[in-house]
Design a protein around this ligand. Sequence first.
Ligand SMILES: Cc1cc2nc3c(=O)[nH]c(=O)nc-3n(C[C@H](O)[C@H](O)[C@H](O)COP(=O)(O)O)c2cc1C
Length: 178
Amino acid sequence: MIITIIQGGPRAQSQTATVATYLAAQLCANPDVSKVEFLDIREYNFPVYGAGSPGKDRLEDFRTALQHADGILIVSPEYNGRMPGALKNTLDYFRPEYTKKPMGVVTVSSGPFGGINALHDLHAWMMYVGSVPLSSKLLVSNVGNLFNEDGEPQEYHFNKNYPKYLSDFMWLVRKIRS
Ligand SMILES: Cc1cc2nc3c(=O)[nH]c(=O)nc-3n(C[C@H](O)[C@H](O)[C@H](O)COP(=O)(O)O)c2cc1C
């Protein structure tokens, strides 16, 4: 299975990117996963839709990674109760690529609620674009304290919850793609 991860944190020091990188490594180690494509919205840096051109090659790179994916995992921070505008802007460049695609969302917050509002926002978006959303949740709270200095997660709930979440995600991907 090919899994495409969209890293949706726009800040240079994004902690969401650290979580997304960690989850990408875990998926790479899954025997059912042949390839993980990592799309970091900071690297693509698409201009505000309609206000400029992202460049044909960059757009096609992103599109190909969405089209080839058996499943898409979005890792997003919560900004003012929603997904960041920069993530939505990136997602708006595409539409048929999402249809009938198994999709999961992991949300990240520096606070105690794990980005639950961004999760609801992304769930509504996933339904709208006709994807097949995973109903399981992985809410990452207090992300500032999650990783130790070796880059290993040290928080009890995250370490307990992420293997189950990834297992549920892979279950959905296998079901839909079989
Ligand atoms: C513009 C902005 C808005 C934010 N709004 C929220 C919010 O609504 N809820 C929340 O839990 N955290 C919010 N945060 C804090 C993020 O949870 C925090 O930055 C966290 O590290 C994840 O985002 P990151 O990938 O930018 O690091 C916000 C941060 C920024 C920069």
